[in-house]
Design a protein around this ligand. Sequence first.
Ligand code: NCD
Length: 308
Amino acid sequence: MIFEHENVISLKDFEKEDIEFILEEASKLEDVAKSKEKSRELEGKILGLLFYEPSTRTRLSFETSMKRLGGDCIELGDAAHSSVSKGESLADTAKMFESYCDAIVIRHNLEGVSRFLSDIVDVPIINAGDGAGQHPTQTLLDLYTIKKHFGKIDGLKIALLGDLKYGRTVHSLAYALGMYDVEMSFVSPDELKMPKETLHDLEESNIKYNQTNSLKDVIDDVDVLYVTRIQKERFPDVEEYERIKGAYLINKDLLEGKDLIVMHPLPRVDEISYDVDDTKYNKYFEQAANAIPVRMAILKNVITHRFE
Ligand code: NCD
């Protein structure tokens, strides 16, 4: 089987086989990811990093992944120091990137931007987060982390907790988990529930889920607790954020005696206490490390597919 997607934009475009294929490919790249083995598979290829929103892990892990495969990166850098500050449009910037590189990774605050770019440029587009929309490559590394720990995804009980309204990682993850036989729970303050559109899509595909605002309802009977940050930057009203922030706190005491793993796409603000870091529950740093083999698998397939 080959991965036939030209772009990586939304989990809605994926089948379970596509996900499994990338996870399998990623596991074969573990040694290259850890620099135990050398690869020149993408030698001569250039990845364009077009980040209009802050990023640490996503940008750096794409860069590391590309370099570990022998390729190189160019990046827009700080918008204030590029022609964006002179008023250059996103479309013009992307057109220029198209002629300078072999694939573009884009992060933007507007939903749908990566789809828009895929219509106007001929190089593969990888969505690294479009507003409150999706974050598909994060989902692939989340699933990889779950599978690596449990040896499977089917049969697990998985709770997504926090800002389910504005959090793009949980939107992609919900669509992906819907392709597996899992018990999904959505735990959020009432104001930050999973968007109606996502719930509607899940229902259309006969995917069952529970919804609650109480962590107590799920904490004793869950295998994965996927925690997210309240997305301050997406709140139209700062006072609303101030009222809701700190809605949940995961700490060592709460987890004592439980049989589960805690995941988080990071950055965390105050939703996971630092005393969880040194416990067996902590999977969030490993999750960040897994970004490398998974993003390597994505880059390898998307870029080489283009030249087949
Ligand atoms: C996430 C994002 O940008 O959506 N970060 C990431 O890529 N790991 C999560 C977040 O910012 O809360």
